[in-house]
Structure formats: C-alpha cells, structure tokens
Design a protein around this ligand. Structure first.
Ligand code: NOJ
Length: 567
C-alpha cells in the first residue's frame, strides 16, 4: 500500500493552469477561479490527473502573483476562498487533484511579515529577511555600496536600500520580492504551518517555487562577473545551498509525513544537478517527489535567455538522456517542455508554420513517452504558438520590461535589436490567453484582456480541435491514455538511441517482455532510420502523427511509437 501510494504519480499527468491567462468569468480581462471551474469538464476529458495552479494568493502582482502578500487568502482578482473550495471539490468529484504553488523563497514587500521586519532594526521579525549594511567604506544608498555584487534575476542589483533603517534587503527577484531568511527557525515554522493549513483544506500538494534557493551561504560573498555583465552571479551561494537538504527533509517531517492520501510535491530547482536531484527525489530521504530541472531549456541560448542560439538535437538528447539515466535507480523525473516562464514549445523546438500540428504532436509524443511524470502547460495541448509582439508596449512581464529598460537605457543598445533578441524566449509568449473558440479574444474574456490574445485564435482553438479526431488536442488525449493504460509507459526502463544523429530523436522503453520504440523527426526532411535492428520495421504502431504507419522511415516531423514482444 505504501509503495503504491508512493508510485501513483508515475502513471499521472499534470496540467498547469496559469490563472491570469486561463479563463475569465467576469469580464474584467483577467482569468479567475470561477473561469477554471467552468473548464473542469474540458480537463477531465483531456484526461489529466492533477492540476497545478500558479499563485492565486493575495498579491500586488508585481510578478503576476509570485509576490505574495497573504499566503492564506485569495486575491480578489481571482475570486475568494469559497471559489477555491469549489474548485477543489469540483476537481475531486472528477477524480483529479489540485496542487498549489508554494512561493516561500520570498514574499511580497507588502506582506505583513516584511512590513514588520522593515519597521526597525530591533523588530522581532528583522531577522526573517536578509538585511545587511552597506559595503564597508561606502556611503549607504549610492550605486556600488550594496552589501555584495549580486545581480537580480530581473535586472539591476539584488539589494534594495531602505532609508528608514539605513540598511539593504536582499531580493533575488524584483525589489518587491524580498527573500525570506530560512536560517531563522520561526520563518520555517510559519511556512510549515501555512502549508498544513492548505493541506487541511483539501489541497493535494505543492509545486515549490525556486525551492533550491532557500538555503543561502550566510556570508553572502561576491560572485563572479561574467561576459561583460554589470553584476556578479551569486548562484554558488544559493543554488542548492548548505542547508537545503536539511530544510526539505524538515518540511517533509513537519508537513507531509503521517498524512494519508496520495500527495504530490515538485520542487522547481534552477541549476540543480542530476546528482543532487537523485538525493532530493530519493523516497528514502523524504524530501520531494520530483524536481523541475532546467538543463534542457537552457540549450538554445548562451548563458542569458536574451542571447538565443539554435538548438542542437544531439545536445537535447545528451541532456535528457543523462537525466533519464541519473534518476533510473533512485528518484524520479518530471518531464516538461513549457510553463509560464518558457516560450511555446512548438515555436521553440518545432515548426509553428506549415508543420505546426505535426511537430506539436511529435514533441508531445517524444516527451510523454520518456520515463517520468509529464506536465502540460495550458494551451500546449492545442499547439498554441509564440506571439509576435509588435512593440515593448505590448509586453507585460516584469522580467522582459526591466531587461528592455536596462539594455536600451543603461547599455544604450538599439531598441530594434533588443526587441529582436527578446522575441524567441520571453515569458509573455506563454502568457497570452488560452484560445477556447475562434470568436473575439478567443473566448477568453468578454472584456479587454490584460495581455493581447494571439490573433491565430481564429485557427488554433479548443472548440475546433475538440471536434476533429486528428487534432493536437485529441493526440494529447491519446498520449495521456497510453500512460494510464500501459505499464511500459509509466514504469519501463529507458534507453536513448542514436546519440549522434542531429535529426532523429530515438529511444526504447522496456518492461516485462515488451519493448517500445519511439522515434521523432526534428526536421521537415525525410529520414531513413537505422537502429541496427530491421525487425522493428514490422512492429505494431501504437501511436503516430501521420494517418498511416510507415515502418522506420520518417516523413517531415513524423512521430511514431512501435511495440513488440521480446519473449
Ligand atoms: C519562478 C517562477 O516560475 C517565476 O514565474 C517567478 O518569476 C520566479 N520564480 C520568482 O518567484
């Protein structure tokens, strides 16, 4: 029983809802919880097991809800606690679970904890955040006087000077997102108590925002300055820092252990290594069930996401293959192409023009047949694409807006050059509203959407795809059903093939006398595939993105999954 409970998520598929852009029920242009409730039957029909809900807590929305001012209330823009209860009940009635976003590396600067911390140097909550004086010998408040040289992920320094007490506070993200000091046991206890409150209300687990940043080297040393950058990189002092395993184990003890029911925890962990991930996700160590790692979404740019480069398929295979191997014996992988921070995968690794549907299906098939728990980001199941933003005025995301300002104003780069550089990978690509119908604003809202709806909603929308047997949407349904129905998909061993091939992604899965061969053509050119075993050509196809089977030769962006018995 214990083992089965632990393992349930191997055959599960998770769907991410980014509430602001999912469905608007009241015409204010912003998606909300009643809007999600209205789509529960859609999610049920898709077949997903779990919904991960991005933050809906009270927030000033400096970073679209990842800046939380009250962990135990719902922001009025999204609805109320009563709405959330209804959402939980509606999901549970349909046999689905809800995991909430847990954002506890930082709070909003408008959280009462921070207001109290900031009030005076001897506030009982002063030590709940990272306060430091100016660098020795520097005048507080002038540029360069920050306690260390770290840059923030959202441009500028990672420190904000606070006049009231003449000290700086640390913010790895925006200056409205001060970092909590997890060294302080009261902070940890307050977080665990809040998590227990949510689980007691019926939520089924958490996706944990940048959770491998919570333990910092308290000496906060300067970091290296790379490639003409303005600031130092503090990553070595906070990525999987000194006490991270201790904290996550403590959290597990204080929150999850002893609870009945099949819960799910997934830690978002930028910069995590596969070796560390094996520790984080080893069930014996009782930390988290799985992590989101970032290696494979870092292969198409040079260090910074604003310096895009072409993906080499061999790099993608080497990376994902290493993660498959590294977590084969101990631990478990999460599988994703997209989320609210990544561009749309069909535009990124596929072809969002002539082969949009074919390549979207191929990418889905390749991902979902790996070993691990797949995550679908809203709209991915429709093959939604990146958005061609015409000017910076159309953007909404703090990350891209801050970068644009720094690049054009501080570094004097030409606006057109900056706009071209940000186009492929900026986060607003994923945040345009879900396209439900061909009508005005894709049926997302009856008001003015907070960010423009992609004009291709007329051709790419859920209503049309629901009615077409060979749509991207129905392809995702079939893939999810395969994971539910075939132990080889959920449990089978993984072996990467053709590591040196720049065009074809190929692997096998094996399980109790059965073998699955999965092939994907990452190009519009026909490929002859030789995996050294011609007998495969006659095997049964269980899923493909062309109407007819074609053996081992692949047409443009073709995906095929073949099965055979090894007995
Ligand atoms: C990761 C989240 O996914 C992202 O959207 C957010 O901006 C940062 N963490 C800060 O919370």
């Amino acid at each position: 029983m214990r083992q089965a409970r632990r393992d349930w998520f191997r055959s599960a598929v998770v769907y991410q809802v980014y509430p602001r852009s999912f469905a608007d029920s009241n015409g204010d242009g912003i998606g909300d919880i009643p809007g999600i409730i209205g789509k529960l039957d859609y999610l049920k029909r898709l077949g997903v097991d779990v919904v991960w809900l991005s933050p809906v807590y009270r927030s000033p929305h400096d970073d679209n809800g990842y800046d939380i001012s009250d962990y135990q209330d719902i922001d009025p823009v999204f609805g109320s606690l009563a709405d959330l209860n209804e959402l939980i009940a509606g999901l549970h009635q349909r046999g689905m679970k809800l995991i909430m976003d847990l954002v506890v590396n930082h709070t909003s600067d408008e959280h009462p904890w921070f207001a109290e911390s900031r009030a005076s140097k001897d506030s009982p909550k002063r030590d709940w955040y990272w306060w430091r004086p100016a660098r020795p010998g520097c005048q507080p408040g002038v540029p360069g006087a920050e306690p260390n040289n770290w840059g923030s992920f959202f441009s500028g320094p990672a420190w904000q000077y606070d006049e009231a007490t003449g000290e700086y506070f640390l913010h790895l993200f925006s200056k409205k997102q001060p970092d909590l000091n997890w060294e302080n046991a009261e902070v940890r206890a307050a977080v665990y108590s809040m998590m227990n409150w949510w689980l007691d209300r019926g939520v089924d687990g958490f996706r944990m925002d940048v959770i491998n940043f919570i333990s910092k080297d308290p000496s906060l040393p300067d970091g290296p300055v790379r490639g003409g950058g303005l600031y130092g990189d503090g990553a070595a002092s906070f990525i999987s820092g000194p006490r991270i395993h201790e904290y996550l184990h403590e959290m597990h003890e204080q929150v999850f252990s002893g609870r009945d029911g099949a819960l799910l925890t997934v830690g978002e962990m930028p910069g995590v290594t596969v070796e560390d991930a094996a520790l984080f996700t080893d069930p014996e160590r009782a930390e988290v069930d799985m992590v989101f790692q970032f290696e494979h979404v870092g292969l198409d740019h040079d260090g910074s996401k604003w310096k895009p480069k072409r993906l080499r398929l061999t790099d993608l295979k080497a990376s994902l293959g290493r993660w498959q191997d590294g977590l084969a014996e101990r631990g478990w992988n999460s599988l994703y192409w997209g989320n609210h921070d990544q561009p749309r995968v069909v535009s990124r690794f596929g072809d969002d023009g002539a082969y949009r549907e074919t390549s979207a299906k191929m990418l889905a098939g390749i991902l979902h047949l790996h070993r691990g728990t797949p995550y679908i980001y809203q709209g991915e199941e429709l093959g939604m694409t990146n958005m061609a933003f015409a000017s910076i005025a159309e953007h909404r995301d703090i990350e891209v807006l801050n970068h644009y300002r720094e690049a054009t104003e501080t570094l004097n780069e030409a606006p057109a050059v900056v706009l071209a550089a940000i186009a492929p990978l900026n986060r607003d690509n994923a945040r345009t509203p879900v396209q439900w119908v061909a009508g005005p604003d894709g049926g997302f809202t009856t008001g003015t959407p907070w960010i423009a709806v992609n004009p291709n909603a007329a051709e790419i929308n859920a209503e049309e795809q629901a009615g077409q047997d060979d749509s991207v949407l129905n392809f995702y349904r079939r893939l999810i059903a395969l994971r539910h129905g075939m132990p080889i998909v959920a449990q089978g061993d993984f072996t990467m093939l053709l590591p040196d091939d720049e065009s074809v992604y190929a692997f096998t899965r094996t399980y109790e006398g059965t073998e699955l061969l999965v092939l994907g053509n990452f190009t519009p050119r026909e490929q002859t595939v030789d995996i050294g075993d011609p007998l495969w050509a006659g095997a049964e196809r269980i899923l493909g993105n062309y109407p007819d089977a074609h053996g081992l030769d692949l047409r443009a962006w073709e995906f095929t999954a073949l099965i055979r018995s090894t007995n």
